[in-house]
Design a protein around this ligand. Structure first.
Ligand code: COA
Length: 321
């Protein structure tokens, strides 16, 4: 028993922000950002929330799958930027789309979050507990960014991507691996609420994303080719069998480096980071939805998904479309 994707959907905020606009805020340039990252623009929320973007993406995925919200049994939201601590984003999305029969909860594995949620859904469905799941990666990272820090504010964007998955007996997910390395957690952080209670009075203010860009870069370029190889081994496939590598859209140079290490032509690594930036857990399903709607994925093709980010965490999934 496995799972296959039967519908995809995505949503972006209305407001697009170009590199030139960012260069008005910090000492940078369109040329520098494009050369070092491949990013040309991103979307920034003015009114959209994690829950509203997620709900829009879910509705589109359901429509494409030809399913009603009431049919959804498991609803997972992958996010590291929830607006509220309670209730979880998944329950808010459940309410917005009317998925009244679903069990709903959030998964946070930062930029690997969508993959970890997909694997969670696979485990529930393969063990027979549920028959379908709606999985959405949704982020409003713009509220966690220090817009004075040119090392990070150039990278991230807001958005959501969703997939509807159902149990299947042929094809679908063929192999999966996940890794977490908490020892390297300090490389990419964003502090949250301070301890402030009867006994402790916190004096610290809000905190924003902090990153050692070079460490993250080298982790991704070294670890992701190995992780993809491990997932392919589980699927009894080789790199040459893969039609498309749909990777987390962090940085074009990272993707170029991974392609080189795997010995695969870059044309098999579709990208949309030039238009949307790094949208963390939304990146993989957002790109998948674009490819699917443009008819760039054909039935029977072998697709590798791979995500990586804060934790440090990473994963890869091999599937037959
Ligand atoms: N514009 C112009 N100059 C910038 C800049 C910007 N936006 N950001 C940094 N610089 C400067 C630095 O201050 C430094 O100047 P110095 O040499 O005078 O000290 C110089 O550019 C080189 O900085 P460095 O940090 O070494 O650049 P880099 O080549 O490593 O590129 C990143 C920086 C962030 C683009 C790169 O490290 C990266 O993409 N890392 C991965 C980040 C990522 O994807 N994170 C999310 C993973 S989920």
């Amino acid at each position: 028993m496995s799972i296959r994707i039967v519908g995809t959907g995505s949503a972006l905020p209305e407001r697009k922000v170009t590199n030139e606009e960012i260069a008005e805020l910090v000492d940078t340039s369109d040329e520098w950002i494009r050369e070092r990252t491949g990013i040309g623009s991103r979307y920034v929320s003015t009114k959209e929330t994690v829950a509203s973007l997620a709900a829009d993406a879910c509705v589109r995925a359901l429509r494409q799958a030809g399913r009603e919200a009431e049919e959804v049994q498991l609803l997972l939201v992958a996010t590291c930027t929830p607006e509220d601590a309670l209730p979880c984003m998944a329950c808010q999305v459940q309410e917005k789309i009317g998925a009244v029969n679903a069990v709903a909860f959030d998964v946070n594995a930062a930029c690997a979050g969508f993959l970890f949620a997909l694997n969670t859904a696979w485990a529930y469905i393969a063990s027979g507990i549920y028959e379908n799941a709606l999985i959405v990666g949704s982020e409003v990272l713009s509220k966690m960014i220090d817009w004075n820090d040119r090392g990070t504010c150039i990278l991230f964007g807001d958005g959501a991507g969703a997939v509807m998955v159902e149990k299947c007996t042929q094809g679908g997910v063929l192999g999966f691996v996940q890794h977490s390395d908490g020892k390297k957690g300090a490389v990419l952080t964003c502090g949250s609420r301070q301890l402030n209670n009867l006994y402790v009075k916190s004096s610290e203010g809000e905190s924003y994303v902090q990153m050692d860009g070079r460490e993250v870069f080298s982790f991704a370029v070294k670890q992701i080719p190995l992780t993809i190889q491990q997932a392919l081994e589980k699927a009894a496939l080789a790199v040459g069998d893969v039609d498309l590598f749909v990777l987390h859209q962090a940085n074009k140079r990272i993707i170029d480096g991974i392609a080189r290490r795997l010995g695969v032509d870059i044309s098999r690594f579709p990208m949309n980071l030039d238009r949307v930036g790094n949208t963390s857990s939304a990146a993989i399903p957002l790109l998948l939805d674009e490819l699917n709607r443009e008819g760039r994925i054909e039935k029977g093709q072998i697709i590798v998904l791979s995500g990586f980010g804060a934790g440090l965490a990473c994963g890869a999934c091999v599937m037959e479309w």
